[in-house]
Design a protein. Structure first.
Length: 108
């Protein structure tokens, strides 16, 4: 699997697909620093990762999934265990995050 960080324009069109309950540090271990945040200030989103994940499907063909992971309506970025939002172009974003992080995810 290969993870490529995106710009704001590249992740346009993603929307909520599901959730993953984990910590900020565990996400950083897998994806590195977020695209923006962590910060304070009461924005709708205070911290977000936006990535393209390249992986091989069951036929060994390379696929790409556009994924965002973000908090929602938090005044401060949550660092403890939190139900992070998974955004994507379709529900496969949740499956890819589940496989990558080896953690249970929930579909929206």
């Amino acid at each position: 699997m290969k993870i490529v960080h995106m710009t704001e324009a590249e992740c346009t069109g993603t929307h909520l697909q599901g959730y993953i309950k984990t910590t900020y540090n565990k996400i950083v271990e897998v994806f590195g620093a977020p695209k923006y945040g962590p910060n304070d200030g009461g924005d709708k989103v205070t911290c977000e990762w936006a990535v393209n994940i390249f992986y091989l499907d069951e036929n060994e063909d390379e696929q790409m999934e556009t994924v965002t992971i973000y908090d929602w309506h938090q005044y401060n970025t949550p660092f403890g265990e939190y139900r992070w939002h998974i955004g994507g172009l379709d529900s496969n974003a949740v499956t890819v995050i589940n496989n990558l992080m080896n953690m249970e995810t929930v579909y929206a």
